[in-house]
Ligand binder design. Sequence first.
Ligand SMILES: *Cc1c(COP(=O)(O)O)cnc(C)c1O
Length: 397
Amino acid sequence: MFFSQLPTPCYVVEEALIEKNLRVLKGVMDRTGARILLAQKAFSMYHLYPLIGEYLCGATASGLYEARLCAEEMIRPGAEEKEKSIGRLENHIFSPAYGEADFEAILRYCDHIVFNSWRQIEKFGIRAKAAGKSIGLRVNLECSTQEGHAIYDPCAPGSRLGVTAERFEEAASGEGNGGSSLISLVDGLHFHTLCEQDSDALECTLDAVEEKFGKYLSRMKWINFGGGHHITKEGYDIPRLERCIGRMKERYGLTVYLEPGEAVALNAGFLVTTVLEIIRNGMEIAILDTSAACHMPDVLEMPYRPPLLQSGLPGEKAYTYRLGGPTCLAGDIIGDYSFDKPLQEGDRLVFGDMAIYSMVKNNTFNGMPLPGIALREKSGEYRLIKQFGYEDFKGRL
Ligand SMILES: *Cc1c(COP(=O)(O)O)cnc(C)c1O
């Protein structure tokens, strides 16, 4: 299939760009012995799980369904295809709270289960241990390394994510829920605080880990640095990341896990859209067949301005347009962009960095069709993996 034959709107993920990111991550693993997992919540295009499983050490899930997807699409095919991958790929999970209804299945699929409170360990820890699972506890370091985005800051005041040092000590000393025996169930500590950050923020975070939980680290088997590390972004300081990994390995004998989502598929996907109509209201406005609200929700939520191929900032090139979606939402605006030539009905536009937090978050508000999912193979050939229709809209209502 050629690019011009793709239906729009359509996400296109480029295999070679995913592999480029995977090679960077594999380099970190090879040089440090760290184990890197895909955080599926950012990118769950399971067609590429076999490829991802060739490079990384498995995946992590935010709940039962993602854990099952990893088991079905990354671990099982890998084990059949390659003897040596048996036991190499791991299936991890973290949730702020597990429910009884899911837990038996979680025990079936997962190798590492990370809990968010001592009470959760009290409820499920013995069963997980008896099933041979590695048990983690998420800690809250109360160490914010970012400003502004409170909804992306698990260390913000009142956060529900992770056990603070105070609560950790209460339980470890036997004062709080459960008593001191609970700590003997814990194999590793987990933190996740570094949304889109560089390794200088990781370094500060590790200072907080040592200050608050240092005396418990030697009795752990592993530490999980969570996600957010922008490892595949240009300019990210990889040597510093590797020193951070070495520090935890050498001082405490810990296996280090990282579970990036963004970094795996950063800048590896596109969203192809068609200009439906051009209208004027004090400025030129192009209405596209894709919607910020439905197909790129992070544009409104983060918010950010997605890159658009062959365009400039407003006013930078001769013709400036506001690009918006076909929904009822007044704020369904992707942004203002400029072009060398006037836009025409039927033109195709290609937004960049659309692999992550896009197809996993999209929705059919206004009855909008979901974009297709295509792969640009290494040969340059386009392959349509999925197309969605009316039944996908109706089926979830
Ligand atoms: C979101 C999340 C990740 C992945 O974060 P990225 O910013 O996509 O790298 C990893 N672990 C946990 C616990 C998360 O919540």
